[in-house]
Design a binder for this molecule. Structure first.
Ligand SMILES: [Fe+2]
Length: 299
């Protein structure tokens, strides 16, 4: 188990990695803007120099909070200076069409051993998840670019739904598990589980049965339903079918055979039972708290 100092180090490392990714996003956005080549080069150099500083900090044995604050300040200064240029509106709060990237795993490939093997994690993340990211980018390039032929539109819409849902669900899935699982939910989220399912045990039984009912390609999913103000359990066929719209996934379990077959073969119940050992309840609870902030009129 990690000690508190190590957890902080991991948090700092994750934050620094997110800064590098943010820099990449800004560079992508700038490339799409119609700005003079010289200005583009100047900003690209500034961002890349700043990213080098971030990388150096990542290699420090212990993070220095003042150094991290300085890095954050410098990133903000660069962005403000870009925004301050006349005619260069920039919005870093979105990912442009066709520019999705495979997110890093928030832990090592072997961190979930023995419950989920390193081999599965490598194949699952590096091959399967990547193919959803690539497929989504291709579909978005076809759908949203004015230069390309988007026909037949139904094909690209189908591709966008399949790969887009695959990408987003896997992103939730990686964060929904952790080598440091607390094993049980707590606090307000536990109270909500009790209220809606009678007990955590009842919820676990229903979720397990739902997962076991998935036939080879699909997911078991706990969602928050803003329309009804309660939790619900669903299964998704493939990634995008058989589910209710306007709900927010909180906890997802990948029941595609690629998620367990290499280690568990046809014994999907053992996979499900072992997966419960690595559920990241802090993440699920955080998603629940954020989802509750969305206030729809109940209907
Ligand atoms: Fe998967």
């Amino acid at each position: 188990m990690l000690i508190r100092g190590d957890e902080m180090e991991n948090t700092n490392q994750n934050y620094l990695e997110s800064l590098i990714e943010w820099g990449e996003r800004i560079k992508d956005i700038l490339k799409e803007k119609n700005i003079p080549e010289e200005e583009l080069q100047d900003w690209t150099i500034q961002i890349e120099d700043w990213q080098k500083t971030v990388q150096l900090q990542m290699h420090e044995e212990r993070a220095n909070s003042q150094d991290i604050a300085n890095i954050k300040e410098e990133g903000k200064r660069i962005l403000d200076s870009i925004k301050g240029q006349k005619g260069t509106p920039i919005n870093d709060s979105h990912i442009s069409y066709g520019k999705h990237k495979l997110p890093e795993l928030p832990y090592a490939y072997d961190a979930l051993e023995p419950f989920i093997s390193e081999d599965i994690m490598r194949l699952h993340h590096d091959e399967h998840h990547k193919s959803y990211v690539d497929g989504l980018n291709k579909a978005e390039d076809a759908l949203y670019s004015t230069k390309k032929d988007r026909e037949p539109i139904k094909h690209w819409l189908r591709e966008q739904a399949f790969h887009g849902s695959g990408h987003y669900l896997h992103t939730i899935f990686w964060n929904n598990v952790s080598p440091n699982s607390s094993k049980n939910p707590t606090g307000e989220f536990l109270m909500q589980l009790d209220q809606d399912f009678g007990s955590f045990k009842n919820f676990k039984t229903l979720f397990t049965e739902t997962a076991a009912s998935v036939e080879g390609v699909g997911w078991a999913v706990l969602v928050w339903e803003p329309r009804s103000g309660r939790l619900a359990i669903q299964s998704f066929e493939k990634h995008q079918m058989f589910h209710i719209a306007d709900t927010i996934p909180l906890l997802v379990l990948d029941m595609w055979e690629h998620a367990y077959y290499l280690q568990y073969q046809t014994d999907k119940r053992s996979y499900i039972q072992n997966w419960w050992n690595v559920v990241n309840w802090d993440d699920v609870s955080k998603r629940y708290t954020e989802a509750r902030k969305l206030k729809w009129k109940l209907s």
